[in-house]
Write a protein that binds this ligand. Sequence first.
Ligand code: MG
Length: 158
Amino acid sequence: MRIGHGYDVHRLVEGRPLILGGVPIPFEKGLLGHSDADVLVHALMDALLGAAGLGDIGRHFPDSDPAYKGISSIALLCRVRALLQVRGFSLVNADITLIAQRPKIGPYMPEMRRNLADALGCPEDRLNIKATTEEKLGFTGEEAGMACHAVCLLEEHG
Ligand code: MG
């Protein structure tokens, strides 16, 4: 068994769509980034790559590469799945905590979980998504950005 942790932050700006867990969410601002800036999927990918000893998403999908401009992070998650698969890793479980003051993401969680499970080719019950505010404190509380933590466990097949 191997454990991994991922953490990511993106700035909230006007004029960008808000995509979390591959789900477009109606909101007056969106996350800024080279890709679709899906902070939740980025934290999960870093946890998976970390557990596999494969570095981080910056190494595999550099934001200086025009190939990744505007790309769906769910598509990148599919590529991470392939990297894990060829090395004989499978996901035991992942637990993801999004930190955002607004909007409420509870109603979108089932669809996010389905998207992640589809991309990883695993049952939905291996994935858990939570969200919290930071009580209006700090950059998430001021709605300047969103943050996300993810931890995961991988199992190695001989
Ligand atoms: Mg990111």
